[in-house]
Write a protein that binds this ligand. Structure first.
Ligand code: NYM
Length: 212
């Protein structure tokens, strides 16, 4: 009917420090929504498959050096190059589970000492998430989890700064989940929150833009 044609998907973002469990939880959410019969896609930023994404990837692997502001703008450009696809997916009724988004962009760059307002500026006009799931973990605990992969930023002292920056960006769309709990408990909490959000979007909650 006409109502279901108009209903849109939800933009769900998972955020948190490296090794907080975001990636595992994103794929669990994706599978469970798919199992319930929802139209859903799993995305992640950076999207390393685009031209910009390849520059980001080689920077993260320490294969290239870039000025802090330059890499910041590349991360942002990597979201902008996906924006129209994102909007058309959402409007066609597909829910997107997105592993990292603008909050990572701001938190990691601000942790280097860049001005937070400067960091937020290029994100302005991207789609605002309907729900941000922040997987909260102590940096020390994250560091103990099977070790970091050796990419840039994966160091305890830096992650502590990132976590402070993240928590300054909390707003009404955020839910903070204790990511030190067993994986199944985290998953249950996330699922319930996501289903609520998907429902609200189906019922006509409008899409909005960053930053609210
Ligand atoms: N990262 C990620 C940023 O610094 N800015 C961004 O905008 C995004 C999306 O890239 N340490 C950082 C956070 C991670 C790293 O992410 C790569 P992943 O999820 O490990 O691929």
């Amino acid at each position: 009917d006409s109502k279901s044609k108009e209903s849109r998907g939800a933009l769900i973002v998972l955020e948190g420090l490296d090794r907080c469990g975001k990636t595992s939880q994103s794929s669990r959410l994706f599978s469970s929504l798919e199992g319930f019969g929802y139209s859903v896609d799993l995305w992640r930023f950076p999207d390393r498959n685009t031209g910009v994404g390849q520059m980001i990837s080689s920077y993260l692997l320490n294969q290239t050096q870039l000025d802090d502001r330059t890499i910041h703008l590349l991360f942002s450009a990597n979201r902008w190059e996906k924006r129209s696809m994102m909007e058309s997916k959402l409007r066609s009724g597909t829910t997107l589970i997105v592993d990292r988004y603008s909050y990572s962009g701001v938190a990691f760059s601000a942790a280097k000492g860049l001005d937070i307002e400067w960091c937020k500026a290029p994100e302005k006009g991207l789609l605002a998430p309907d729900l941000v799931l922040y997987l909260d973990i102590q940096p020390e605990e994250a560091a103990e989890r099977g070790g970091y992969g050796g990419e840039r930023y994966e160091q305890l002292e830096f992650q502590k700064k990132v976590s402070q920056q993240y928590l300054m960006m909390r707003d009404h769309s955020w839910k903070i989940i204790d990511a030190s709990l067993p994986m199944e408990d985290v998953e249950k909490q996330l699922s319930a929150l996501v289903l609520d959000s998907v429902d609200l979007c189906r019922k006509g909650k409008p899409l909005s833009q960053l930053w609210p």
